[in-house]
Design a protein around this ligand. Structure first.
Ligand code: OGA
Ligand code: NI
Length: 341
């Protein structure tokens, strides 16, 4: 497999192997129902003015879209912009300085790969720096040494993402009527992983994809997309764009959230398209259960009118299926749904 897509020059044409068959290419977008932008300014750990409304919006967004953006989320804006900046610097380094991180070993805490890192039929127009980021002290030693301020920036970012996860989980569990820390512990017990996605400018975006349709495997994904558009979600069978909002963070509900909430919160299918004008960086941070964690619909959400829609399973089993089925939500749902009446 080719090590990376971005070699330091701009492509004039799309190499043949990146071209998707006509029937799989993107079609016209749906006219937008706008995806909620939720202002967390008044979200407190206690019930206060505006707080109940925020909790309601977060649940509504999960029922209707499976995704929302947050502003005034408390994450330091400077840390966010520094993170995007340093990652841009990383991908702008000469090829030989980047490829030292290339690996096909899935267990490595830091690795650079292209496309999905597997042997795709049609490769994606994307390189990715994957890093385990939290707990910081377990992984800092593996993070790239260059650019020189990368480690300190990733450390600050990781701590911010951890704090934000707790805040969001608190709001979700409150809205669902679960114990405050229900989603902590095993359900979010895997080290936090970030994917720094780099989509180089593509001479003909109609032929390629940055990421193909998938659902995210964990509980939530916290996504930073800078100011270049590219994320699209599937909503009622139609694709629609999630356009950048300054300093916002996108929260994508992952498949485990759908299982745990017995289908109340939906995991949204999404993809990334390419553009011909500029490169795009997005940073996705995944909050996932430990591999040996038992995932099941929360008992408090079940009664005779709400039987469990899904089986109980080990997250490790789900994850193996996720990889084998390339994040295909329909196939995964069929596999884990409850067939006993
Ligand atoms: C992902 C993802 C979307 C984007 O990394 O899982 O969906 O906009 N990224 O890059
Ligand atoms: Ni995703």
């Amino acid at each position: 497999m080719e090590k990376v897509l971005h070699k330091g020059f701009k492509y004039d044409t799309v190499p043949e192997k990146y071209v998707f068959p006509p029937e799989e290419r993107q079609k016209k977008l749906a006219s937008n129902k706008s995806i909620p932008v939720i202002d967390l300014a008044n979200a407190k750990a206690y019930i206060g003015l505006g707080h109940d409304e925020i909790v309601k919006q977060i649940l509504e967004a999960g029922k209707e879209f499976g995704v929302f953006q947050i502003v005034n989320h408390g994450v330091n804006n400077e840390v966010m912009s520094k993170m995007l900046e340093v990652m841009e610097e990383f991908f702008n380094m000469p090829l030989e300085k980047r490829v030292i991180h290339y690996s096909e070993d899935l267990c490595k805490p830091v690795r650079l790969f292209t496309s999905t890192g597997a042997h795709d039929i049609v490769p994606l127009w994307r390189d990715c720096l994957r890093m385990a980021i939290y707990p910081v002290e377990n992984f800092k030693q593996y993070w790239p040494e260059k650019p020189s301020n990368l480690k300190e920036t990733v450390e600050r970012y990781a701590v911010e993402m951890k704090g934000l996860t707790e805040k969001i989980f608190g709001l979700i569990t409150e809205g669902l009527g679960l114990e405050y820390d229900y989603l902590n512990g095993g359900l979010s017990g895997q080290p936090m992983i970030s994917h720094v996605n780099y989509y180089p400018p593509c001479p003909d975006p109609s032929l390629t994809f940055g990421l193909a349709k998938h659902c995210d495997p964990g509980l939530v994904t916290l996504l930073l997309q800078g100011d270049v558009s590219g994320l699209q979600i599937l909503c009622n069978g139609e694709w629609q764009a999630v356009d950048p909002v300054p300093n916002a963070i996108i929260v994508i509900y992952g498949h485990q959230m759908e299982f745990v909430t017995n289908g109340q919160l939906k995991s949204v299918e999404h993809r990334a398209i390419t553009n011909d004008m500029q490169s795009r960086i997005s940073i996705a941070t995944f909050i996932q259960p430990a591999m040996d964690c038992l995932v099941a619909p929360a008992k408090k959400l079940l009664d005779e009118n709400n039987p469990p829609l899904y089986k109980s399973f080990l997250f490790g089993d789900y994850f193996a299926n996720y990889v084998a089925n390339l994040g295909d939500k329909l196939k995964l749902t069929e596999h884990f749904q409850n067939t006993t009446p």
